[in-house]
Write a protein that binds this ligand. Structure first.
Ligand code: ADP
Ligand code: MG
Length: 350
């Protein structure tokens, strides 16, 4: 576990079937593909194989993989809604595998918020009642429930629709209710399992923006599941690529795009527009100190955001960090190089 880790898993396995534990114990160490066939021949399904990662406090950790790759199993294992076959899960320094049933209920009720693809709203309850529902489960009294639910409804932009029923709302609006409901308990950890996959592309895009806006405000620790690489790079601080229950690569969007570990990862990332993934900080030269500089750009800006200036009269721009300190310089050449050479180590520490 590294400092600042919120939740981590270590050598996590999930095998569905009659006797998964012995299978993993005895044959789990063998070649992953061999184990997969071995388990299959014995009517077991290998959903997760030896999965390890840390999610840092305040980060958006995206798990990306095709349908059936084990994403839902993984996110459910993190809260033990699905019981892992073996492995370790550590939440806030506590071993979740050793938590009592009572502790688990407490964690899920007070620490974790969950959002699902199919929204999961209660059809006979209004928006207000749906959002207040988890607070009722927590045992909060009516007045506080309503106050908190109204705040969340406002937060997700549904003010005025408190009395509506789910069937009276569009898909995007229903998922806003899902977001509000999951946020009502003020969770430290937010799990979202393909929350926007059922929505039309345009609405999905709006919801992604909405999600970014919420996260900027709330700074939760988030595990976000998607099968869509473009969604992944838009939202993630880091992405884990899952294939057949195994993690193939973990990295920032820029790292995956510039240095995919194999052809599988590359098959996803080759279509990602680099100028929207690479940041000024990925491409700049570091400069230790400089006098006051006119019109600096933000180190966190995308290359896309500096195109116009570099396409004009300026050959290079000064770069500031978030605190406004000059930390580098970005040149037109460096930008062109980073965009022009697929697979090259175009930036500092990929
Ligand atoms: P994803 O969310 O990436 O689509 P899942 O985690 O739902 O993947 O599924 C991973 C694999 O585990 C699939 O092969 C799926 O059929 C299998 N699986 C999921 N849930 C169960 C279950 N309750 N019993 C048996 N197999 C399951
Ligand atoms: Mg799933």
């Amino acid at each position: 576990m590294i400092a600042g880790t919120k939740i981590s898993c270590e050598s996590l396995w999930k095998v569905y079937g009659a006797g998964p534990a012995e299978l993993v114990r005895e044959f789990g160490g063998s070649d992953p593909l061999a184990f997969w066939s071995y388990a299959k021949a014995r009517n077991h399904i290998v959903a997760l194989q030896n999965v390890s990662f840390d999610v840092r406090a305040g980060e958006v950790f995206v798990i990306m993989g095709l349908s059936g790759s084990g994403k839902s199993t993984l996110v459910r294992c993190l809260s033990r809604l699905v019981e892992p076959t073996s492995g370790k899960i550590v939440l806030d320094g506590e071993d979740l595998m050793r938590a009592s049933p009572g502790d688990l209920i407490r964690f899920r009720r007070y620490k974790m918020g969950m959002v699902f693809q199919n929204f999961g709203l209660l059809p006979h309850l209004t928006v207000l009642e749906n959002v207040a529902f988890p607070l009722k489960i927590q045992g909060l009294e009516q007045k506080s429930r309503v106050a908190c639910a109204l705040e969340m409804i406002d937060l997700v932009g549904l003010k005025g629709r408190e009395g509506a029923y789910p069937r009276e709302l569009s898909g995007g609006q229903q998922q806003r209710v899902g977001l509000a409901r999951s946020l009502a308990v003020k969770p430290d950890l937010w799990f979202l399992d393909e929350p926007f996959s059922a929505l039309d592309p345009l609405i999905r895009r709006q919801m992604q923006d909405e999600f970014k806006r919420l996260q900027q405000k709330l700074q939760k620790t988030i595990v976000f599941i998607t099968h869509d690489i473009i969604e992944a790079v838009r939202l993630a601080d880091r992405i884990a690529i899952l294939k057949d229950g195994r993690i193939v690569q973990i990295g920032t969007p820029a790292q995956l795009v510039i240095n995919p570990v194999d052809a599988y990862v590359e098959s996803f990332t080759k279509d990602v527009p680099r100028e929207r993934v690479l940041k000024v900080s990925d491409v700049m030269e570091h400069v230790s100190s400089a006098a006051r500089t006119p019109n600096p750009v933000d180190a966190g800006a995308t290359l896309r955001a500096v195109f116009d200036r570099l396409a004009g009269d300026e050959d290079a721009l000064w770069v500031n960090d978030a605190a406004g300190k000059v930390i580098g310089r970005i040149t037109r050449q460096a930008v062109m190089r980073a965009l022009g050479k697929p697979g090259s180590r175009a930036f500092a520490d990929a």
